[in-house]
Design a protein around this ligand. Structure first.
Ligand SMILES: [Zn+2]
Length: 332
């Protein structure tokens, strides 16, 4: 049995091979490395894997398809200080595009969040540029943020699940007025209230504010009547993500599920709706039932043949329950 680190070394080895290598060669090398893993540390296994890769592909030739297969961007989770590390493997095209953008918008004096009015078009003031104390990497970060922010909220982007393509945040009135604490976005990102208030100057995001004690929506930014997009905002705030036990899908990826089956007269009221990712939503077609508990949480009841007494509710999106909850984890 391989542990996670050894497994990752072998996965990276396989991923790094050109597509043209015959399958049985790859499998043989994989088996060899798995055997060696029993006696080697992960860093030793990695060195061995690199030597295997050189043996298999001595000229280091990679086709365009091999290169394209490697591309990707992902987050590595959010750290305790709120910052996130991302991993980007950029195609030559993306890098060329980014280089062109950064040359202009990561220049000293551009897109500086510390400036009263950050310069986002035209030339920055000489004085502003010469007193810009940000590092090169900080300026590149701010230029990327300016690029994305300039796009969000643009009606031309269309809608995602009936809502504008924008940041959707929920918080409580208490935290908002205190200017401290943390809000959560529908993508599952924890956002300090200070940052949220600063972002509000751009006024592109949807904001749901909740009564501390009742989780009752007090205010929905930019909305007047309760229609289905607004209900989705409420669900983002309440459920935050898929409610199926153990699922980590954030709200943006979820579908709205009727707790009482719509076909048999269920209502489209926010308190009768819940979030479920597509695969888990599909379970409701296969004998799974959902119900709302007295504490407002959604319970998932498996069909009898699959019932092993597993948890009924999902705490993954609600780590704060750890602090202020008397009920056992996973529900009744
Ligand atoms: Zn799910």
């Amino acid at each position: 049995m391989l542990d996670g680190e050894h497994l990752r070394v072998i996965q990276n080895f396989v991923r790094g091979l050109p597509e043209a290598i015959p399958v049985d060669t790859v499998e043989r090398a994989e088996r060899f490395l798995a055997e060696q893993a029993a006696n080697l540390r992960p860093d030793q296994l990695d060195t061995l894997a690199k030597r295997c890769a050189l043996l298999i592909n001595p000229d280091g030739t990679f086709s365009d398809a091999d290169r394209a297969r490697q591309r990707g961007f992902s987050w590595c989770g959010q750290r305790a200080d709120g910052m996130s590390v991302g991993k980007l493997v950029a195609s030559p095209e993306l890098r060329a595009n980014l280089d062109a953008w950064l040359a202009r918008f990561a220049a000293p004096g551009m897109c500086n969040p510390d400036d009263e009015t950050p310069c986002i078009r035209g030339e920055p003031d000489q004085e502003v540029a010469s007193t810009d104390r940000r590092s090169h990497t900080q300026r590149q970060h701010d230029a990327l943020n300016a690029l994305v922010r300039s796009q969000l909220g643009n009606p031309k982007l269309g809608v995602h699940n009936g809502l504008p393509v924008t940041v959707i945040v929920s918080t409580t009135l208490k935290e908002l007025t205190a200017g401290t604490g943390q809000a959560v976005t529908a993508g599952g990102t924890v956002l300090p209230i200070r940052d949220l208030i600063r972002m509000a100057r751009h006024a592109y995001h949807y904001l749901a504010v909740f009564d501390e004690h009742h989780s009752r929506p007090l205010y929905l930014g930019r909305t007047r009547r309760v229609a289905s997009p607004d209900q989705r905002v409420v669900l983002y705030a309440k459920d935050r993500g898929c409610t199926h036990p153990g699922c980590d899908a954030p709200g943006y990826w979820c579908e709205v599920h009727h707790l009482d089956d719509w076909a048999t007269g269920g209502h489209t009221n926010a308190d009768k709706l819940t979030l479920a990712c597509k695969p888990h939503h599909n379970l409701t077609e296969n004998g799974w039932k959902t119900t709302r508990l007295a504490n407002g949480r959604t319970a998932w009841i498996p069909p009898p043949r699959l019932d092993r007494g597993q948890p009924r509710t999902n705490d993954y999106h609600h780590p704060e329950r750890f602090f202020n909850d008397d009920s056992p984890p996973g529900g009744p």
